[in-house]
Ligand binder design. Structure first.
Ligand code: NAD
Length: 293
């Protein structure tokens, strides 16, 4: 049996895919609506962390931040079965990640960090990439469950290595989205149609994952948030969280990341204005506004 804690935009479909692969999944979320949605997709509803974990040989967490993770682990490590494996898929700071591993180890529990890339569409389609930190035996034990939720499992190294890789990846994603927002805004001013610019970028050296999956203008990529009022998707607040993680990690490591720093600053500005919790692709609104458009 698999316990699943955090059934939000990502966790909901991930838990549903585990259930679809034939696992018995007991899911818990503090938001009742999230539990109801997961239940409609084949996940059994638990009313607490204790209930989700008590019988589980694997417990997956998919939570907003490091403080949520540490707070859930305070309960989880005390109630999990002694032979349980804990898999954290949230994107969190390396310090909270390492702390969660230590809490597990202190209670004799195996644990891995396994943050993901691929977004809500990847979670729904079970095509996520997992970047994993932890010892080999724990990673191999987790592999069948991870493969039911994703397409690739990259073992990055010891505990915390998955989060380190995720931090680097999402810094690239944030910078790419801002580059696209600037290119499409400039294109608008230069009288280029969105479709023409997309057709060129997507077949030229400007091609990138953010463009073909999360294009920030409506039209070329039907599933992108730009076609749906910028409803997330991947919320701009979460992108800001990730860019701050990159900035903090770079500061701690003494690495100069001018573009990462600038990207964090622009998402900070956007989030201060955004009252609707829009998708990270909505950063194009800020670029347009700063350009008087
Ligand atoms: P979300 O806010 O939709 O989901 C998080 C869920 O955790 C919410 O339903 C919330 O109610 C629940 N939660 C919070 N505290 C809890 C607790 N104590 N016990 C049980 N449930 C609790 O966020 P999301 O988009 O699903 O993202 C989850 C994680 O995945 C984040 O760390 C995010 O950075 C990362 N991530 C998101 C995406 C994306 O595209 N959305 C992509 C990759 C990684």
């Amino acid at each position: 049996m698999i316990g699943f804690i955090g059934l939000g935009n990502m966790g909901g479909p991930m838990a549903a895919n585990l259930a679809m692969a034939g696992h018995e999944v007991l899911g818990f979320d503090v938001t009742a609506a999230a539990v109801d949605r997961a239940a409609a997709a084949g996940v059994s509803a638990a009313r607490s962390i204790e209930e989700a974990a008590a019988e589980a040989d694997i417990v997956v967490t998919m939570l907003p931040s490091g403080s949520h993770l540490v707070s859930v682990y305070e309960t989880l490590v005390a109630v999990a079965r002694p032979d349980a494996l804990l898999i954290d898929c949230s994107t969190v700071d390396v310090a909270s990640c390492v702390r969660a591993h230590e809490m597990a180890r202190a209670n004799g529990l195996a644990s891995i960090d396994a943050p993901v890339s691929g977004g809500v569409s990847g979670a729904a389609a079970a095509t996520l990439t997992f970047m994993v930190g932890g010892d080999e035996a724990a990673v191999e034990r987790a592999r069948p469950a991870l493969e039911a939720m994703g397409r690739r499992v990259v073992h990055c190294g010891v505990a915390g290595a998955g989060q380190a890789a995720k931090t680097c990846n999402n810094m690239v994603l944030g910078i790419s989205m801002i580059a696209l927002a600037e290119a499409f805004t400039l294109g608008e001013r230069l009288n280029l149609s969105h479709q023409a610019l997309f057709d060129v970028l997507s077949t030229s050296s400007g091609q990138c994952w953010a463009l073909v999956n999360h294009c920030p203008v409506p039209g070329p990529v039907p599933a992108s948030a730009a076609n749906h009022g910028f409803r997330p998707g991947f919320a701009a607040a979460l992108m800001l969280k990730d860019l701050r993680l990159a900035r903090d990690a770079a500061d701690a490591a003494g690495v100069d990341i001018p573009l990462g720093r600038q990207a964090a600053g622009l998402y900070e500005q956007f989030n201060a204005l955004d009252e609707e919790g829009l998708d990270y692709a909505a950063i194009i609104k800020l670029v347009r506004e700063r350009s008087g458009m």
